[in-house]
Design a protein around this ligand. Structure first.
Ligand SMILES: C[S@@+](CC[C@H](N)C(=O)[O-])C[C@H]1O[C@@H](n2cnc3c(N)ncnc32)[C@H](O)[C@@H]1O
Length: 320
């Protein structure tokens, strides 16, 4: 048991029914083994558990100690909790006696409690220490990174992960300011960015892109997704389903490409003397791509950028 205290911030689960429906927890699958790679506050996990049979298992991952403390409050012998990245899935499952699973859900990015709690340092709206780590037990905070990184890398990260046009000006302003005083709060950083961004996007704070970029970098979100996709794929039993909810185009592009690389295999020249069983076979079947309904977006504006992609692991053909 951890002694982490969990402040009272709520997370409104995005695509709750749609994601759990996608895992098709019926028939024999109801007593299978499932993974929730991003427990958060457990919205998806609780619904999954409510639909699973008595012999099922749900293995839930999260990097965030507060998410883990929340998971530990669920008294259900079918639930196993892992305080680590889903990028460790293969080994984490093997250590718990699991080699293959029947379904995996990843609901990527940050949870509302992480953004809403000023003390976590993710928000440019509420002043707090510039931390931005999902896993507050390890790694470098945003403040530590901004204090030490060279200007070119700052610019590259802000440009690539934030898709920010003014990355050059922002990186320069950060380096100039840190020579005068440490940049240690979210308000300071938001002010520096606002001074460097020369135009305004309608309805968007000028710091949005930079905060997104730094958060993605500090938490190694894209590296984890790259590794995690492979771990997840290797862990899928034939017929297993994988559902991934992304919240920005960098993530969704990676998921889309990964799924396509397993689903669309190039066939060799048909005139070549190759036996049918030796022809490359697709390993995933793409099942659906879905966005939240207008109604869900009205009720929960944070759902507006979500995209869910679902695929099924195909069985290896006989004789292959
Ligand atoms: C959008 S929230 C998930 C919300 C959850 N589905 C719910 O209904 O409460 C994303 C969560 O994933 C966690 N997370 C993000 N990347 C992770 C990773 N690579 N490994 C484990 N957890 C991760 C975050 O700490 C956060 O708690």
């Amino acid at each position: 048991m951890t002694t982490t205290t969990v402040p009272e911030f709520q997370h409104r689960t995005v695509l709750l029914d749609e994601a759990v429906d996608a895992l098709a927890l019926d028939g024999a699958r109801a007593n299978g083994v499932f993974v929730d790679g991003t427990f958060g506050r457990g919205g998806h996990s609780r619904l999954i558990l409510s639909r699973l049979g008595p012999k099922a298992r749900l293995i839930a991952f999260d990097k965030d100690p507060q998410a883990i403390a929340t998971a530990e409050q669920i008294n259900d012998p079918r639930l196993t909790i892992v305080h680590d990245s889903f990028a460790t899935m293969r080994e984490a499952l093997a250590e718990r006696g699991v080699n293959q699973v029947d379904g995996i859900l990843l609901d990527l990015g940050i949870s509302s409690p992480q953004v809403d709690d000023a003390a976590r340092g993710f928000s440019f709206r509420n002043d707090g220490p510039l931390d931005m780590r999902m896993d507050t037990t390890r790694g470098m905070s945003a403040a530590e990174w901004l204090a030490t990184e060279n200007e070119q890398t700052l610019e590259k990260v802000i440009k690539e992960y934030g898709e920010e046009r003014f990355a050059f000006q922002i990186a320069k302003a950060i380096v100039a300011r840190r020579a005068v005083e440490p940049i240690s709060t979210t308000r300071q950083l938001a002010g520096i960015v606002a001074g460097a961004v020369k135009t305004r996007e309608k309805g968007k704070d000028p710091a949005t892109r930079t905060f997104q970029a730094i958060r993605i970098f500090v938490n190694k979100e894209l590296e984890d997704l790259e590794v995690g996709l492979n771990h997840a794929y290797d862990s899928l039993a034939p017929g297993a389903i994988i559902a991934i909810i992304s919240f920005h185009s960098l993530e969704d592009r990676m998921v889309k490409r990964f799924f396509a690389s397993k689903a669309n295999v190039e066939q060799p020249d048909r005139r070549l003397p190759i036996r049918a069983v030796d022809l490359p076979q697709p390993e995933l079947k793409l099942l659906s791509k879905m966005k939240p309904s207008e109604r869900e977006i009205d009720e929960n504006p944070r759902a507006r950028s979500a995209v869910m992609r679902v695929a099924r692991r195909l069985p290896v053909p006989e004789g292959a």
